[in-house]
Design a protein around this ligand. Structure first.
Ligand SMILES: *[C@@H]1O[C@H](CO)[C@@H](O)[C@H](O)[C@H]1NC(C)=O
Ligand SMILES: *[C@@H]1O[C@H](CO)[C@@H](O)[C@H](O)[C@H]1NC(C)=O
Ligand SMILES: *[C@@H]1O[C@H](CO)[C@@H](O)[C@H](O)[C@H]1NC(C)=O
Ligand SMILES: *[C@@H]1O[C@H](CO)[C@@H](O)[C@H](O)[C@H]1NC(C)=O
Ligand SMILES: *[C@@H]1O[C@H](CO)[C@@H](O)[C@H](O)[C@H]1NC(C)=O
Ligand SMILES: *[C@@H]1O[C@H](CO)[C@@H](O)[C@H](O)[C@H]1NC(C)=O
Ligand SMILES: *[C@@H]1O[C@H](CO)[C@@H](O)[C@H](O)[C@H]1NC(C)=O
Ligand SMILES: *[C@@H]1O[C@H](CO)[C@@H](O)[C@H](O)[C@H]1NC(C)=O
Ligand SMILES: *[C@@H]1O[C@H](CO)[C@@H](O)[C@H](O)[C@H]1NC(C)=O
Ligand SMILES: *[C@@H]1O[C@H](CO)[C@@H](O)[C@H](O)[C@H]1NC(C)=O
Ligand SMILES: *[C@@H]1O[C@H](CO)[C@@H](O)[C@H](O)[C@H]1NC(C)=O
Ligand SMILES: *[C@@H]1O[C@H](CO)[C@@H](O)[C@H](O)[C@H]1NC(C)=O
Length: 691
């Protein structure tokens, strides 16, 4: 009885266990299937695309048919936005740590204009949050001009439509979904989130002016919302396109003439930042539709390689064209300004604001040199053979030598630019179409300086030199000499500032011996800066004080029309005058003192050889005394640091400042006091330990 009872209890116990296991396995299989076509369940009707990573890789972002709009937002009368996570696959390397595992994912963004007004240049913010890296976005570009792959997972990113930037209304198009809706296909990498979690963005919203977006509705692999027009927002119904924006540097892409297969465009760069500038600018962009540049006026491209046209789609279409006469066939041409000699050249010059060898000055220096203009004849290929098929190039980038860093946004269609009538009549001439690219000055996080500052003062005979590796130590001299990138720069005797770094070591060591400063072994590395600036506090008296600024050019390029911006904090207000520079106090700009060479003396020459072959090389130099009064700033304490710049820019580029200032003799006492305290402290500790 006992045994039978036992066995009878045993069997029913085992069966449920097995059943449970089978059910778990079945469930997990179902889960897997579900996981693979998640976008199927969301709206209850199956989609053709079963697996995001399956065969369908045509990549046509816009071709997935009219989007399915959930019931709750069928009544939306604004812009419907939805983001669908389509699937993901584990990537190499496979790692045990789930937070460090990367996954390849695919997702899709859809926008539908369900309202009654056209949406121009749509922009959507996607709040990515799982360390996403976007590898491609078919149907859109990143608004901040980043290139793919783009790190977007920390703060999210804003995307704009390309090529379809506008969403027409159903009313105007008889409900044509190819014109009122757009779909963007993303591919990327994402980290962390382990299955069955789905890595969804935190939020989603329309960035265009005049719209209000509620918090999105979230489902497992889909989030969506309906952004409605903000009733309070005033729209200027007269304007067909958006207004021009302001930024640090404005670039216009104006189409002046258009024929069937080609058009004439004019590019205008205008500097709107009082301390921004460009020297020897290089401009580059990306042709998205197979265009090429046949001729150019006011600028040139760096490479002429007709084979890229001949063996490409352009060559197939233009069978009879002589591509050796074509200016440029690259997808990413690099363009530069023409030198001044070409200004009056009949063929490539004769354009106002061109041909200054790539110099764009701030308006504060010379308004008539704050603009750069060039023109280009662009040839298109099918299907853009209609003269109204105009698309600007994308991914604009601007660089210069020793300039601030510019970051450019995407071209935005704006109201057509106006030009004066060429025949001199009082008529307005409008461009056929105009796009604006706004470039702002940015300071990248890991920014290497390209100029540096040294400090000295009348009350201390040592110079505090530029920091070790102030402009980087990436390419150390490979001549066997060792140097330390960590050791602080050694204090110098003043005359050592006049010789190149390699000739300073002997002087620095001798000086340290005399002054009993620490001598480092290995010696600190050089600053590696092409331009260094010495700021010397010259005198300090009751009513005012003076400083002497010396610029050194250690590079092989001369600087014409250089300028220096100095921010002194509260001491700036007392700026009186510069003796051999032209100095102006810009009150609106944090009291920056703008210094530039006087007319005819605005040339900072390059480094030259010494007079005798064995002599050290000689830097280009410029110097002036600056005087300040203390009328408004009587409480200044010059030796305590008020007499040294808080920020210094050379040609708009921020220079590295030393990490400390020359100390007044009083400083020594505190120092020795400190070391006495340290000594006593060490003694006490040692006594303790010995006991
Ligand atoms: C897992 O990886 C993350 C991110 O790479 C890291 O912060 C974390 O310390 C790692 N954990 C372990 C246990 O290694
Ligand atoms: C993200 O945003 C925060 C705050 O706005 C900012 O401090 C941080 O630098 C941003 N991170 C990146 C990578 O842009
Ligand atoms: C023009 O700029 C180039 C570098 O872009 C430089 O080599 C050349 O010397 C400059 N010409 C003049 C006349 O300054
Ligand atoms: C100094 O610079 C300002 C601004 O660029 C200019 O208007 C002024 O004429 C210059 N003065 C001299 C003496 O060169
Ligand atoms: C500004 O530049 C123009 C053209 O190069 C020149 O003629 C004019 O003298 C400059 N103005 C000043 C104030 O330097
Ligand atoms: C050019 O495009 C416009 C608008 O897209 C269209 O109305 C016109 O018929 C096209 N012309 C030709 C010759 O294809
Ligand atoms: C401009 O581009 C040319 C060609 O690639 C390059 O040699 C030059 O260094 C670039 N100049 C700047 C300022 O980036
Ligand atoms: C540039 O700065 C302006 C404001 O100064 C801002 O409105 C604009 O969005 C910025 N553009 C980019 C591309 O960062
Ligand atoms: C300066 O340094 C260079 C390069 O190291 C060396 O050839 C030259 O002899 C030095 N000149 C003096 C005066 O020390
Ligand atoms: C002015 O200086 C303050 C403090 O140094 C800084 O936060 C601010 O960004 C500066 N403004 C400009 C326009 O440089
Ligand atoms: C400067 O000196 C170097 C080597 O000492 C020599 O090659 C070069 O030609 C000299 N340059 C000039 C302008 O004398
Ligand atoms: C000069 O300044 C340096 C750096 O602050 C300091 O170490 C040194 O003691 C000062 N020399 C004198 C004589 O005050």
């Amino acid at each position: 009885m006992k045994t039978s009872l036992r066995s009878s209890t045993k069997i029913p116990w085992k069966i449920p266990l097995w059943l449970a296991i089978v059910i778990i396995i079945l469930c997990s299989l179902v889960e897997v299937c579900r996981g693979q076509n998640k976008d199927v369940d969301e709206f209850g009707d199956p989609k053709t695309k079963v697996d995001a990573f399956g065969g369908d890789s045509s990549g046509s972002g816009g071709a997935s048919g009219p989007p399915k709009i959930p019931k709750e937002v069928q009544s939306c009368d604004g812009i419907y936005i939805s983001y669908d996570f389509l699937g993901r696959e584990k990537e190499y390397p496979h790692v045990k740590n789930t937070t460090a595992q990367s996954w390849a994912f695919k997702s899709q963004l859809q926008l539908v204009n369900m309202g009654n007004t056209e949406l121009k240049t749509w922009k959507v913010f996607i709040g990515f949050q799982h360390r996403e890296l976007l590898v491609s976005a078919d149907g859109a570009v990143l608004v901040d001009g980043d290139e793919f792959p783009a790190q977007v997972g920390n703060n999210g990113t804003t995307i704009g439509g390309y090529p379809q930037a506008d969403l027409k209304t159903a009313i105007d198009t008889a409900g044509d979904f190819t014109q009122i809706a757009v779909s963007v296909a993303f591919k990327g990498t994402q980290f962390g989130v382990k299955p069955p979690g789905t890595p969804m963005p935190k939020t989603l919203k329309l960035q265009n002016d005049g719209f209000k977006c509620p918090a999105p509705s979230k489902r497992k692999s889909n989030i969506y919302l309906c952004c409605r027009k903000d009733k309070k927002f005033k729209v200027n119904t007269k304007l067909k396109y958006s207004r021009k924006k302001t930024g640090d540097l404005n670039v216009m892409y104006d189409v002046l003439q258009t024929n069937g297969n080609n058009y004439l465009a004019q590019v205008t760069m205008e500097n709107d930042h009082p301390l921004g500038r460009l020297d020897h600018w290089n401009l580059t962009w990306e042709w998205m539709r197979g265009e090429f540049i046949s001729t150019m006026r006011g600028a040139f491209t760096h490479l002429k390689d007709p084979s890229q046209c001949i063996y490409g789609p352009a060559g197939q279409y233009y069978q009879n064209m002589d591509f050796t006469q074509v200016m440029n066939c690259e997808r990413n041409p690099i363009m530069s300004d023409l030198p001044a000699e070409k200004k009056d050249d009949e063929k490539v010059g004769k354009l106002p604001f061109c041909c200054r060898n790539g110099t764009v000055l701030p308006k504060t220096m010379n308004e008539s040199e704050s603009k750069s203009v060039f023109q280009l004849q662009v040839f298109k290929i099918p299907p853009d053979m209609n003269r109204t098929a105009l698309y600007p190039p994308q991914n604009w980038k601007l660089t210069g030598v020793l300039n601030p860093n510019y970051k450019c946004g995407p071209p935005m269609r704006v109201e057509p630019s106006e030009f004066p009538d060429p025949t001199g009549l009082q008529a307005r001439v409008l461009a056929v179409a105009s796009w604006q690219v706004v470039c702002n000055i940015t300071r990248p996080k890991v920014k290497q300086n390209r100029c540096c500052v040294s400090f000295s003062a009348y009350y201390n005979d040592s110079v505090v030199p530029c920091n070790t590796c102030a402009c980087g130590c990436n390419d150390l001299p490979d001549d066997g000499t060792q140097c330390s990138t960590k050791a602080p720069a050694m204090l110098l005797p003043p005359e050592a500032l006049l010789v190149p770094f390699e000739n300073r070591s002997v002087k620095a060591v001798a000086w340290s011996r005399i002054k009993h400063y620490h001598i480092y072994d290995p010696m600190p590395c050089p600053d590696n800066c092409g331009v260094s600036i010495n700021w010397h506090v010259d005198a300090d008296y009751k009513n005012g004080w003076t400083a002497r600024m010396t610029l050194f050019n250690w590079g092989s390029n001369a600087f014409e029309d250089w300028f220096v911006g100095v921010q002194m904090g509260k001491a700036s207000e007392g700026f009186d005058k510069a003796y051999s520079f032209n100095g102006t106090l810009l009150k609106d700009l944090n009291n920056t003192i703008l210094l530039q060479g006087l007319k005819g003396l605005n040339y900072l020459i390059a480094e030259t050889n010494g007079t005798k072959p064995r002599d050290p090389r000689v830097p280009g130099k410029q110097q002036s005394v600056l005087s300040f009064n203390k009328r408004l700033t009587w409480h200044l304490n010059i030796p305590e640091g008020d007499g040294f710049p808080k920020k210094l820019l050379f040609n708009g580029e921020e220079c590295a400042l030393p990490s400390f200032i020359p100390a007044k003799s009083g400083g020594i006492r505190t120092n020795s006091k400190n070391s006495i305290i340290t000594f006593i402290f060490t003694c006490i500790i040692t006594l303790f330990l010995v006991r």
